[in-house]
Design a protein around this ligand. Structure first.
Ligand SMILES: CCCCCCC/C=C/C(=O)SCCNC(=O)CCNC(=O)[C@H](O)C(C)(C)COP(=O)(O)OP(=O)(O)OC[C@H]1O[C@@H](n2cnc3c(N)ncnc32)[C@H](O)[C@@H]1OP(=O)(O)O
Ligand SMILES: NC(=O)C1=CN([C@@H]2O[C@H](COP(=O)(O)OP(=O)(O)OC[C@H]3O[C@@H](n4cnc5c(N)ncnc54)[C@H](OP(=O)(O)O)[C@@H]3O)[C@@H](O)[C@H]2O)C=CC1
Length: 306
């Protein structure tokens, strides 16, 4: 009989990310090179607010929406990251993005954000709740603060954004459209139980609101990405990154543009009859594999790999 293996999954912090680790996801040069199937002007006259748009999928979504003609507002906590998106869009598309640094955990800041977007653009058509994140860890080791941070960001923050936007739409008698970026949680998410709980909450909140808010012509849908290579990968240890793509039968990673195109579709008139839905973009991972983002525990190892 084999001796028990000594590998124990540990959590990983961004500060563990060293200069020798490669940058991940589509950089600005790669984003500029992306082509789209959508026609020029598809989102002319539409206003989108994208949260978490200083990096990753949010940045790609902001760029694509601007290229398709939309007015774009963005938020996130770090003003420098937001500025990088503003600069990219100005340089690439020639339009100005409205950046409002906001922590989505703060409902009063969100009230100001939504008001600012309405004042600046005269309304809002689509709210994209993309801001979020988590850290990989065995659930049994979660600290109270860590659990609360993930729930407050991903569930409460998304809810404050949805409610504030919907109050405005109802008051103005205008239609609304919400796209929530969640995750692929159908089979649970070992080592990401906090985010699994929060994202499942958002999915079922969205399905409920899709009915409650239909009377005001507000649609609510979710996108559940699988493994999408972005700057956010800095949260994961190299050992896990090396096999993320093996958790789907296509054995590949998606990228931020894949998700940006799905967001653009949901923001377009082509999606006018889609409501209360969840679009899973995971290469089939939901039917296939588990990621173990902090490392495979000994109990589940069959390959003898470290
Ligand atoms: C979907 C997950 C699993 C599958 C992986 C598939 C592929 C990747 C999916 C992605 O989602 S990619 C990336 C998305 N982006 C991010 O996750 C980055 C953003 N994340 C964060 O900002 C944090 O993780 C946060 C907790 C969500 C933000 O909270 P806050 O700003 O309050 O951060 P802190 O003050 O740093 O932390 C508060 C509290 O949380 C605990 N904690 C934080 N990080 C870790 C960690 N790496 N390990 C263990 N615990 C952590 C801890 O209790 C912190 O308090 P202190 O101890 O620092 O006082
Ligand atoms: N990449 C993947 O494989 C997957 C990602 N997801 C989810 O998709 C979304 C986008 O992720 P991705 O682009 O990969 O990762 P990134 O880390 O690049 O993007 C997340 C963004 O959210 C912002 N953010 C985080 N917390 C807050 C907060 N409290 N208030 C405002 N903004 C916040 C961050 O900006 P700042 O730090 O400036 O606040 C950051 O720009 C996230 O919700 C992520 O968890 C889901 C499944 C898989």
């Amino acid at each position: 009989m084999n001796a028990p293996r000594s590998f124990t999954p540990k959590t990983f912090r961004p500060e563990d990310d060293g200069p020798d680790r490669p940058a991940r996801g589509l950089d600005e040069e790669a984003l500029r090179q992306q082509s789209t199937i959508y026609r020029e002007g598809m989102l002319d006259g539409k206003t989108l607010l994208v949260s978490g748009a200083g990096s990753g999928m949010g940045k790609a979504a902001a760029l694509l929406a601007a290229r398709l003609g939309a007015n774009v507002a963005i938020c996130g906590r770090d003003p420098d990251k937001l500025q990088s998106t503003v600069d990219l869009v100005r340089d690439e598309v020639g339009t100005d993005v409205l950046a409002v640094p906001t922590n989505i955990r703060d409902p009063e800041a969100i009230e100001t954000l939504i008001g600012t977007v309405h004042d600046h653009f005269g309304g809002l058509d689509t709210l994209v709740n993309n801001a979020g994140g988590q850290f990989p860890q065995d659930a049994i080791d979660f600290s109270r603060k860590g659990w609360l941070a993930v729930i407050d960001t991903n569930l409460n923050g998304t809810w404050w954004m949805m409610q504030e936007a919907a109050k405005r739409w109802r008051a103005d008698g205008k239609p609304g459209n919400i796209v929530n970026i969640v995750a692929n949680v159908e089979r649970g998410m070992p080592q990401a139980a906090h985010t699994c709980a929060a994202r499942a909450g958002v999915i079922y909140l969205s399905k409920t609101l899709a009915t409650e808010w239909a009377q005001w012509n507000i649609r609510v849908n979710c996108i559940g990405p699988g493994v999408i290579e972005t700057e956010g990968f800095r949260m994961y240890p190299e050992e896990a990154l090396a096999r993320f793509h093996k958790a789907n039968p296509m054995k590949m990673r998606g990228n931020a543009w894949d998700v940006a195109e799905a967001i653009a579709y949901l923001a377009s008139p082509a999606a006018r009859f889609i409501n209360g839905d969840l679009i899973i973009m995971d290469g089939g991972q939901a039917q296939w594999g588990v990621i173990w983002p902090a490392g495979i525990p000994d109990y589940f190892r069959e390959d003898g790999a470290a």
